[in-house]
Design a protein around this ligand. Structure first.
Ligand SMILES: *Cc1c(COP(=O)(O)O)cnc(C)c1O
Length: 340
């Protein structure tokens, strides 16, 4: 049986004594070399790696923090857990709550959640509340409901989430023998970039430049202001008012990194490249970091040294976006001739 993430990194986490761990075997996700991506970027072979967080139990990195948040909620005798979510937090909370035997409610922005994530929340028995509004509206309603009902919030405003998520930095440094020189990743509510930076800092040694990318239509950290109506195909980062804004700006400034934006067309192009050229199918949001890397390299601003791109969620989460590409299957009679 795979050891729970929290046990593997027990020494580096602040866990209450005697915590009984709710685990689905999260973490220990593949770090794979991406030589075709490196070549397309004009970088040396072997210098670019993909951290495939879609290989977590519910298909996204959210499981790393959820194992801790739900373990603690259970041990504190929580009545129930709830979250607002663009989908992956909901899928993860629903699964870990089911495993813990806790009631779970998820608040989703109506019409902007990828189908697979909705399917997960439903199958794990969460109460699904569709909010007519954005993620930011759903969060406000979730927080108010939690206060009124005394349920535990498992959004990334819950410090246990970021504490668990920092383990991804430990795994990368362990596998490479040191931290990378540059890390590229998508940024939505900015909890993940905050957690990675904390993880790398706690390890010490080489520190990567943190390169975060937002979708151009949902880029509050780049614009320096709240975006009232965020718009992007990358629904997991469709956020106008990031909860962990301060953490992200600190990660950027302390690491000498940057937070940039990429257009939806660039995100979709990187998404397709990864699937076709590297054999790695991630969800559109996950490709934002890679889109950022490609765009810097096109502008002849190649990052030096070892590069890691974080692919935050699995492509199967969103079965609908691929169908927006030109897709013309060959239709044949069962006994017909086939063109290849
Ligand atoms: C949650 C999520 C993000 C954004 O992470 P933040 O911590 O909100 O910045 C990016 N990609 C995927 C697939 C996600 O589920």
């Amino acid at each position: 049986m795979r050891r729970p993430l929290l046990e593997r990194f027990r020494q580096r986490l602040s866990l209450p004594a005697g915590l009984s761990i709710v685990s689905l075997g999260e973490g220990a996700t593949p770090l794979v070399r991406a030589d075709r991506l490196a070549r397309a970027c004009g970088l040396e072979e072997g210098s670019v790696h993909l951290k495939c967080e879609g290989a977590n139990p519910t298909g996204s990195f959210k499981d790393r923090g959820m194992t801790l948040a739900i373990s603690k909620a259970l041990s504190c005798g929580a009545k129930g857990v709830l979250c607002a979510s663009t989908g992956n937090t909901a899928a993860s909370a629903a699964a870990y709550a089911a495993r813990a035997g806790l009631p779970c409610a998820v608040f989703l922005p109506e019409g902007h959640v990828a189908l697979g994530k909705l399917a997960q929340a439903l199958m794990h028995g969460a109460r699904v509340i569709q909010v007519a509004g954005s993620f930011d509206d759903a969060l406000a309603l979730a927080l108010r409901t939690a206060k009124e009902r005394g349920w535990t919030v498992v959004n990334s405003s819950n410090p246990d989430r970021l504490e668990g998520q920092k383990t991804a930095a430990f795994e990368i440094a362990e596998e490479l023998g040191r931290a990378p020189d540059h890390q590229f990743m998508p940024v939505g509510n900015a909890g993940n970039i905050t957690a990675y930076w904390r993880g790398y800092r706690e390890l010490g040694g080489v520190l990567p430049r943190m390169m975060g990318f937002q979708a151009a239509g949902a880029a509050p950290l780049v614009l320096g202001r709240v975006v009232a109506k965020p718009k992007t195909v990358a629904t997991a980062i469709r956020i106008g008012n990031p909860v962990s804004r301060e953490g992200a700006l600190r990660a950027r400034d302390e690491s000498g990194g940057a937070i940039g934006k990429v257009a939806d067309a660039q995100i979709l192009s990187a998404y397709r490249f990864l699937a076709r050229e590297e054999g790695v199918f991630c969800e559109p949001s996950s490709a934002a970091g890679v889109a950022g890397l490609i765009s810097l390299c096109r502008a002849r601003k190649q990052p030096r040294g070892v590069v890691v791109c974080i692919l935050t969620g699995h492509g199967l989460k969103d079965p609908q976006t691929p169908l927006t590409f030109k897709f013309k299957p060959q239709r044949v009679k069962a006994a017909g001739a086939v063109r290849l």
